[in-house]
Design a protein around this ligand. Structure first.
Ligand SMILES: Nc1ncnc2c1ncn2[C@@H]1O[C@H](COP(=O)(O)OP(=O)(O)OP(=O)(O)O)[C@@H](O)[C@H]1O
Length: 354
């Protein structure tokens, strides 16, 4: 809605755009009302250690990870779904808000998502980082709820749906009915742990050290959590631990499947735990509706097949799995517009004045 500028003597009309932010361990997505998802960048900040000056944020900062000279550090300020470096997170959000909104007289309302199980202190840190970064008010929504909304599930119905959202730092599993979370868990095992598993496996089996980015590439290109019909392989480069020299060698999808086993088992066990705690009526609904997977981690080859095989419940990966949470925060913005009494119609909500 256009609003008149409140500055004395100014009668320009200002358009205030509220925004939704998926503040993730691996990436930040920003949804602007009326425009959709307008930013999707890695959660990385590059800083000059001597001056404290931010050199770059997002895509360009990620290119520096592991490649910086002594005076520059490239930091991932979010770890395992929560803020690990408060100041850097705040500055990163500020930069992303500036990027999508440019100069504005009015501060935007911001809907941000958080894992379904976090402490009050961690929640408070997200709200503070958002307000310090320039939000008028920050509203929090649990990630699996936002993911379900973004995946197109009508969460308001008295009908059980299960969401498995595998991000970079956390996997959130939730059963949703009547607009709220009935059962859920959040484990700190997700995309990053798959990368670590590849690094460890290659060091043990091939005596070669590879970096995080190479591990992520392997995961995306040939990784799998369920046996592929045909084995695929890729040539990679690393540093031989015996000679200290560069070495090129081949890794196969069967090897990666083996490397992933422990991480995959933890996620499947968490899904089982939530299903076991779910009331029988809702379990019946879930077996009819199927399990919906979201988040970048769900794109590892065969995840839907694996969950379906281990639970006996049809499972599918949502379209635009990585953007579901951001779309969900966007749809929550519409609820903000229809708010009469300053509260959001979400199962658990917090709001703070900036
Ligand atoms: N095509 C793909 N195949 C496999 N993994 C992928 C793919 N695309 C992204 N990922 C992985 O998904 C993870 C990031 O997912 P996403 O952006 O949903 O997480 P996030 O929201 O940043 O994290 P969190 O919700 O845990 O805070 C990363 O580990 C990334 O490597």
């Amino acid at each position: 809605m256009p609003a008149e500028c409140e500055k004395a003597g100014c009668h320009r009309m200002i358009f205030s755009s509220d925004i939704g932010i998926d503040l993730g361990t691996a990436s930040v997505l920003v949804y602007v009302k009326g425009k959709g998802v307008v930013l999707n960048e890695p959660s990385v900040v590059a800083v000059d250690k001597q001056t404290g000056k931010i050199l770059s944020v997002g895509e360009s900062a990620q290119k520096m990870l592991g490649r910086t000279p002594g005076n520059i550090v490239a930091i991932r300020p979010m770890r395992e779904g929560v803020i690990s470096d408060y100041e850097m997170t705040e500055r990163m959000i500020k930069e992303f808000i500036r990027k999508v909104m440019g100069f504005r007289l009015f501060k935007p309302n911001v809907v941000m998502c958080v894992p379904s199980i976090i402490t009050e202190v961690e929640e408070r840190a997200v709200i503070d980082a958002g307000t310090q970064a320039g939000a008028k008010r920050v509203f929090l929504v649990e990630e699996p709820l936002a993911a379900a909304i973004g995946a197109g599930i009508d969460i308001a119905q008295p009908n059980g749906n299960m969401i498995v959202d595998i991000g970079g730092g956390t996997t959130d599993i939730a059963v949703i009915s009547l607009g709220g979370i009935v059962e859920s868990t959040s484990i700190k095992i997700a995309g990053d742990k798959f990368d670590e598993a590849i690094i460890k496996f290659i060091r043990r089996k091939h005596n070669v050290l590879i970096g995080e980015r190479t591990a992520e590439e392997i995961k995306m290109q040939i990784g799998c959590v369920y046996p592929r019909l045909e084995e695929v392989s890729m040539e990679i480069k690393g540093r031989c631990l015996m000679t200290g020299l560069p070495r090129t060698f081949t890794v196969t999808s069967t090897e990666v499947l083996e490397a992933f086993e422990e991480v995959t088992t933890s996620i499947v066990e968490a899904v089982h735990t939530v299903l076991e705690r779910t009331p029988p009526e809702l379990t019946g609904d879930i077996s009819t509706n199927g399990i919906v997977m979201t988040g970048g981690g769900s794109l590892i080859w065969g995840f839907d097949k694996l969950i379906a095989a281990k639970t006996g419940i049809p499972t599918h990966v949502a379209e635009e799995a990585i953007s579901c949470v951001a779309y969900g925060t966007g749809k929550c913005l519409d609820q903000l517009a229809s708010m009469q009494d300053g509260t959001m119609n979400l199962s658990r909500r917090r709001q703070m004045m900036g």
